[in-house]
Unconditional design. Sequence first.
Lengths: 173, 173
Amino acid sequence: MTDLMLDDVDHDLLALLQRDASRTLRDLGDEVGLSPSAVLRRVQRYRSGGLLGHNVAVLDPRHVPEVILSVCLVTIEDDTPEEGRRYRARLLEAPEVQQAYEVSGDYDYVVVLACVGMRHENEVAKRLFQQDPNVKRYTTLFVLDPVRTGVALPTREPPRGRASAEEVRGATD
Amino acid sequence: MTDLMLDDVDHDLLALLQRDASRTLRDLGDEVGLSPSAVLRRVQRYRSGGLLGHNVAVLDPRHVPEVILSVCLVTIEDDTPEEGRRYRARLLEAPEVQQAYEVSGDYDYVVVLACVGMRHENEVAKRLFQQDPNVKRYTTLFVLDPVRTGVALPTREPPRGRASAEEVRGATD
DNA sequence: TCTGAAAGTTTTCATCC
DNA sequence: GGATGAAAACTTTCAGA
């Protein structure tokens, strides 16, 4: 799939949608200088190009009772492509894996778990890390404060200067 | 603020909204066995209780040209409450900080950066980590593969069994 | 607290620029 | 590509149970 060509209005729209996807087409159009239907056409283009996925509701982790976030740093035993593929499949099977990244550097995977209560957290960590034949070692960092959570991505390097600082800020500040 | 009381329907609705917040009230109501207006009343309750925040559009990082995700493990110099507060404020000023967690264990903060191109990444890491007076040391783990990204939270411990495995899965699988 | 219907908006699409 | 306007669909409110 070839990358979509994005102009300035596209970058602005994508930043706005990542902050609040519930705004109306008219509202968005007013902000970027387009009619509602022109906004819709662009949004449909992002979707069919695979750039824009679903809209999701964001919960505030501080308001979910007993929620425990933890960051697990994982070193795996056997880094063949095939074993890697299988390990990633096991991670994806677990709904508690909120995020998983294959990384370069001192570890092989960074996995963020979202669990309800310590019992749950331990059970999941045991299954995914302690008992997994492909994990050499791992460390758990428990989250004391989720300073910021979000999945907003910049679509271009922000211009230097204060005016653009808000552009890609996540929705859960 | 006191926690909201959530029944089974609430847990189901919250899981559905975290997967796809664009579904209609009628559609959601059909799935959980309520009328559209009953669903609306519950959603409004989550919002006013602070549990449910904005809806956000999720981009696929693999489709954003030049996007670089990196996980930075940070050890800080001076862990007084006041210095910690100031450091978190500096992190929150940077739009490139997609996620930041204060953690217990081998490091003090885990920071996920989302940047456009290596030049941008280096510039941000220099500012937030190398040049920050409160950072003792840090390591950068570059993301080779974003196996899963998302912010879905479970609101209750999932029952054991295959039926519930999809319940809280993120929207970007 | 729910249902069901009415009123007000929004999304969507055909058409023209 | 974008604007306009009409039709369809959705959200929101409220009366009644």
